[in-house]
Ligand binder design. Sequence first.
Ligand code: SAH
Length: 331
Amino acid sequence: MNELGEPAYRLSQVWKWTAQGTSSYAEMTNLPQRLRDALTERVPFSTLTVEHEAHASDGTIKALLRTQDDRVLEAVLMRYHDGRRSLCVSSQSGCPLTCSFCATGRMKFGRNLTSWEILDQALHFRRIEQVDHCVFMGMGEPMMNLDNVLAACRRLPEIGITHRRTAISTVGWIPGIQQMTDDPMPLRLALSLHAADGALRSDLMPVNDRYPLPDVLRACEAFYERKRRMVFIEYVMLAGVNDSVGQARELASLLDPKIYKINLIPYNPTDAGLAGSSPRAIEAFRDELEARGLNATIRLTRGRDIAAACGQLAAGALSQQAAVAVGAGSS
Ligand code: SAH
């Protein structure tokens, strides 16, 4: 706006239109025509371009997006029967961590996304329809890029997503949990736990060697003390690996039901050579947790037929393979 000799308030006019889902400068009717033309010519409307969009039979939409320097990332819109519209966004292109069951960890790490590249994912879907929830459960480890993630979160309410309806999910990156604890926004914290036993957890998630689970749980408890917001535990159910009733008991012994709520995630196929637990095993695991006073739910799987479900986000060849593995093709 400076370069164009425009007053500063033009910027908030543009943002207001954009946050409400407008798709081009041309539609911003309270800007002078010459300014709309100048912006169209000089300022790309988004930091991201859409490479491909896949629609699942359950209404889920996955967008494969590309940054200006040719990094790929994915973002997902999940539609629920109760009307909820939830976005799953990426914080990094690829992921430097190497969790054995996750497709993203197998793709080459690109880089941290900027706050605008994060917001532009939300805006992409806002142009399709109104959205009200956001989870940082796409590609990447949000806590390794937390400044940009938080900067994006600050603007999400203007798009329609309040802080209370925004969740940041982490492998247990302690400095990030601490920074989130100190931040004034009332965001939700989610922890990918996956195994109560240290050796098994390190096998599944090598980051456990750097930040062992007991220390991570202490950081989560400090978060709860400060924020009074329950921490969500994510636990992906792997047949014969972490899904026995004994392991449910072990998990329950670590978690205070006042602080934690558990989400059991049916494993979504990747090419990792692992198998998901049977529905019966998942229910038995849940029952054991509930018998010990914990609130446990089984996550509804969305978008599996387009490889958009948890842990399947890996742009390019990998996602094609994952889609073929579930027998659905990919587009
Ligand atoms: N790096 C952060 C943010 C990604 S969240 C984190 O790990 O929390 C993505 C969620 O999907 C995590 O809980 C992850 O453990 C889970 N996940 C990864 N691969 C999966 C798979 N194949 N099936 C089901 N869930 C998976």
